[in-house]
Ligand binder design. Structure first.
Ligand code: SF4
Ligand code: MG
Length: 283
C-alpha cells in the first residue's frame, strides 16, 4: 500500500513561502494514502491560478487544464475510467467566477469525484484582484474604492443546487482537512470541499489570524447533524459561511454513473477504440 510520500514527486512548488496551498497539497497526499490509493489509481485535474499548479506537484495522473474548466475535464476523465479516483482542484476565481456554470452543473450531476477549491478570496496569480469571494468593501487594484458587489456564498449555492457532500476546512488544520478529503473521496457522488487557503502575498485582510478569529469548527456544535439539509443551509446563512467541518452529506442519492441506464461499469479505456470491419458493416 502506498504511503503519502509515494504521492510526492521531485518538483518543488513555486508557491510563495507560507501560501495555504502547501497544506492542501499535503492533505491530498495524506488522504490518498490513508484511503488506500496508489499513485496510478488517482488523477488530479486542475484549472488555472496559483492553486492550479497543484496537479503538477502530486505523483499521480494529472492535467493542468484551462481557466475555469477543471470540472468538465475531470468529469470526462471519471466517465472514461470509473476505476480512477478523480480529484479536481482550483481556486475561488477559477471555480466560482469563470467556472461557476460548470461548478453548479457538476454539483447537480453528482458524478463520483471530489472538487477541492483553494479559497483565498482574491486572484493570486494575476497579482491581487477582487474575486467573487472577496468581501464587500474589499480594496484591490481592480476595486480601489472597495468592492460594491455581493460576496458569493458557494456552499449555500451548492446545497440549493442539490449537492450531496459539502465540506469546508482551513489549510492550517491539516488533520481536519485530510479527514474531510478522505470522506470526500469515499463519498459515492460529487463532493465539494472549500478550503480557506490564505494568499500571504496579496491578501493582507483574510490572513491566517483573521481566519482563526472568524472560523467556528462544527465539532464545537454537538447537536449539528450534517444529514439535515435545512440545518446546513441555516447554519451557513447564520454564520456567514464561516464554519468548518462536514456541513452536509446525503448518502441516499445515487451517483450519476449508477443512474445512467446501460452505463458500462468497466473502464471505457479498456474497450476497443475503433469498430472492426464486421462490426461496422453490422451497424
Ligand atoms: Fe499563494 Fe498568493 Fe503566492 Fe499565489 S500569490 S502562491 S496564492 S501566496
Ligand atoms: Mg483565489
Amino acid at each position: 500500500m502506498a504511503t503519502f510520500k509515494e504521492f510526492r514527486n521531485n518538483i518543488k512548488p513555486n508557491w510563495c513561502p507560507g501560501c495555504g496551498d502547501f497544506s492542501v497539497q499535503a492533505a491530498i497526499q495524506r488522504a490518498a494514502a490513508n484511503v488506500g490509493l496508489e499513485p496510478e489509481s488517482l488523477a488530479v485535474i486542475s484549472g488555472i491560478g496559483c492553486s492550479g499548479r497543484i496537479s503538477g506537484y502530486i505523483n499521480a495522473y494529472g492535467l493542468h487544464g484551462i481557466h475555469g474548466r477543471a470540472l468538465p475535464i475531470a468529469q470526462g476523465v471519471k466517465l472514461a475510467n470509473r476505476d480512477l479516483t478523480v480529484i479536481a482542484s482550483g481556486g475561488d476565481g477559477d471555480g466560482f467566477a469563470i467556472g461557476i456554470g460548470h461548478t453548479i452543473h457538476a454539483i447537480r450531476r453528482n458524478i463520483n469525484m471530489t472538487y477541492i477549491v483553494m479559497d483565498n478570496q482574491i486572484y493570486g496569480l494575476t497579482k491581487g484582484q477582487t474575486s467573487p469571494r472577496s468581501s464587500e468593501g474589499f480594496k484591490t487594484k481592480s476595486t480601489p474604492e472597495g468592492s460594491i458587489e455581493s460576496t458569493l456564498s458557494p456552499l449555500e449555492l451548492a446545497i440549493s443546487a442539490g449537492a450531496t457532500f459539502v465540506a469546508q476546512s482551513f489549510s492550517s488544520d491539516l488533520k481536519q482537512l485530510t479527514s474531510l478529503i478522505e470522506q470526500g473521496i469515499q463519498h459515492e457522488g460529487f463532493s465539494l470541499i472549500n478550503v480557506f487557503s490564505p494568499c500571504v502575498t496579496f491578501n493582507k485582510v483574510n490572513t491566517y489570524d483573521w481566519f482563526k478569529e472568524h472560523i467556528t469548527n462544527l465539532d464545537t456544535m454537538p447537536d449539528y447533524d450534517p444529514s439535515n439539509r435545512t440545518l446546513a443551509m441555516t447554519t451557513l446563512m447564520d454564520t456567514g459561511s464561516m464554519i468548518t467541518g462536514l456541513i452536509y452529506q446525503n448518502k441516499d442519492k445515487k451517483c450519476y454513473e449508477d443512474l445512467v441506464h446501460g452505463f458500462k461499469p468497466e473502464p471505457l479505456v479498456n474497450q476497443p477504440l475503433a469498430l472492426s470491419e464486421t462490426e461496422f458493416d453490422n451497424l
